[in-house]
Design a protein around this ligand. Structure first.
Ligand code: AMP
Length: 543
């Protein structure tokens, strides 16, 4: 027997319609690449998203077409999220930090018909356009006054496209499983792969993101996503904010510590989210200037492992509740967040802190397990580590344009490529990427744990650990370190720092000092490059 409730499909446009109706005067504030602050309300954003929908239809965009964006977090990018998906087309957010060859591959693979981009990316677009002949139009996200005088690319002006359109528009109703947006993984070794979200997956993820043990945002919050809208939909924040009626602050290209701090204080930001590198920069800036936050209460750190030292500093020096989260492009992206259960509050401060540094507990909508090399499920004892598998209604089922449909999740689970432990209370801890884990004498050593320890040393700016072939142990850890400016530390001193903090056989065998470490376009350590650089490395006495 079927239930007798209204069968209304979940649609992204519904989120903005809701905010425009019930939080009409709540603001969206953007710092624009043109150099000024733009301010309007959810009501005005909705009017303009409807104008954009009319403009897209006038351009001939039809349901299922891909419309690309190369843009910062601004109100115009927000309008594209709603205008494009709202008419049943696919908002393809492109990460401008990727290498140009990857961008060309992605734009051609997605078969984007139009690309909307910010002024900052004009030189990039001029390089890309001749290599992406299928793109029918390049739209500059600005007004007439800021259009360049001459360009090799035939450009259209966003504000002019909108200005001639009516604000009257009825969002179409369609199946909630319709594709809504597309984001390619950054892929360090393989070609980038497209994750195609649906209206249903996005709405369910927005509810999940709002939960108290996740972002816990309400209509009293002022939310600033530092995490970019070109990478996994800014962790769902542009959808979660209208759902809850939060004031939304868009930082544009100003992601340096001074600009962010200024915006936090000016706009009374209460909640923010970003990757560890950004928060390290902010912490250093605030320490130097002896600053405190006056309104910020809570921040999410994720996208890469958050070193305990960072968590402690924000918590203890700046009085911010900092939540460590894990996810991937393939998981929409929120998977786990480290918030304490009631029973954990009985623990000592150090024990509570140890839990908070883990990647955390599942959000409803995601299920997970860890398995060994044979696919056998491993116990949730916080010790056993294995491959992390996930499933759920906002987890990828297949990549876009895949040659082998169904292959990816034929077991019903998605293999994350991460290696993790799960403790009896459900706290998951990533110990490595499966290809980065160091296999020493049949046992596994976590490169992330060693890196976290190394960066806790005051002389260390950044650290990476890779496994280097060893005749006896098969692999042993090599610590590669960038010293802080002016800091002087020897290999012996640094290795001594590990004594008593990890099992003796986890201690790296050697330290290599370098000037800088290679990173991917999304700021993650590029270990494939490090492994190439150190391909011929041999530990002393182990040749
Ligand atoms: P991406 O799809 O580019 O967002 O990358 C996802 C990958 O980033 C995950 O599979 C993890 O390897 C890594 N990652 C994300 N969040 C965390 C975290 N909190 N701790 C450790 N690794 C993380």
């Amino acid at each position: 027997m079927l239930g007798l409730m209204m069968n209304q499909p979940l649609r992204i446009a519904g989120l903005l319609e809701h905010a425009a109706k019930w939080h009409a005067d709540t603001e969206i504030v953007s710092r624009l690449p043109e150099g000024y602050i733009h301010r309007y309300t959810y009501h005005a954003a909705h009017q303009r998203a409807k104008q954009l929908a009319n403009a897209l239809l006038a351009l001939g965009v039809t349901p299922g077409d891909r419309v690309g964006t190369l843009a910062w977090n601004t109100h115009r990018h927000f309008e594209l999220y709603y205008g494009v998906s709202g008419i049943g087309a696919v908002c393809h957010t492109i990460n401008p930090r990727l290498f140009p060859e990857q961008l060309v591959y992605i734009i051609n693979h997605a078969a984007d018909r139009f690309i909307f981009f910010d002024l900052t990316f004009l030189p990039l677009v001029e390089r890309l356009a001749p290599l992406c002949p299928a793109v029918e139009g390049w739209v500059l996200l600005t007004d007439r006054a800021h259009m360049p005088a001459g360009s090799a690319v035939d450009l259209r002006c966003y504000e002019e496209l909108l200005a001639v359109q009516s604000t009257e528009f009825e969002w179409p109703v369609f199946d909630e499983n319709t594709a809504s947006s597309l984001c390619y993984t950054s892929g360090t070794t393989d070609e980038p792969k497209g994750v195609l979200y649906s209206h249903r997956s996005t709405l369910l993820h927005s509810y999940a993101a709002s939960l108290p043990d996740c972002f816990n945002c309400s209509s009293r919050d002022v939310v600033l996503p530092v995490v970019p809208m070109f990478h996994v939909n800014a962790w769902g924040i542009p959808y979660m904010t209208p759902l809850n009626g939060c004031k939304l602050i868009m930082p544009g290209p100003g992601l340096d510590a001074a600009s962010l701090y200024e915006l936090f204080e000016q706009e009374g930001v209460t909640f923010t989210a970003g990757v560890p590198t950004i928060w390290f920069g902010l912490l250093t800036f605030m320490r130097e200037k002896k600053l405190q936050f006056t309104t910020l209460k809570r921040m999410i750190v994720g996208g890469a492992s958050c070193p305990p030292a960072l968590l402690k500093a924000f918590d203890q020096e700046l009085g911010i509740e900092i939540r460590h989260a894990w996810g991937m492009t393939e998981t929409s992206p929120l998977g786990t967040v480290s918030t304490l259960k009631s029973k954990n509050l009985q623990l000592s401060e150090d024990e509570q802190f140890a839990l908070k540094t883990k990647q955390g507990r599942l959000i409803f909508g995601v299920d997970m397990k860890i398995v060994d090399d044979e696919g056998q499920e491993l116990p949730h004892d916080g010790v056993a580590f294995g491959d992390l598998l996930v499933r759920g209604p906002f987890i990828v089922g297949d990549y876009f344009g895949t040659a082998h449909p169904g292959e990816l999740t034929k077991t019903g689970w998605f293999r994350t490529g991460d290696v993790a432990t799960i403790d009896p209370d459900g706290f998951m801890q990533i110990t490595d990427r499966s290809k980065d884990v160091i296999k020493s004498g049949g046992e596994w050593i976590s490169s992330i744990d060693l890196e976290n320890l190394a960066v806790a040393h005051p002389a260390v700016a950044e650290a990476a650990v890779i496994g280097v072939p060893h005749p006896k142990w098969s692999e042993r850890p090599l610590l590669i370190v960038v010293r802080k400016p002016g800091a002087d530390i020897s290999q012996e001193e640094l290795l001594h720092f590990f004594e008593g903090k990890v099992a003796h056989w986890w201690k790296p065998d050697a330290v290599a000092f370098v000037d800088q470490l290679p990173h991917t376009a999304t700021g993650k350590l590029l270990k494939t490059k490090l492994r190439q650089d150190f391909a011929g490395y041999a530990f002393e006495g182990a040749r």
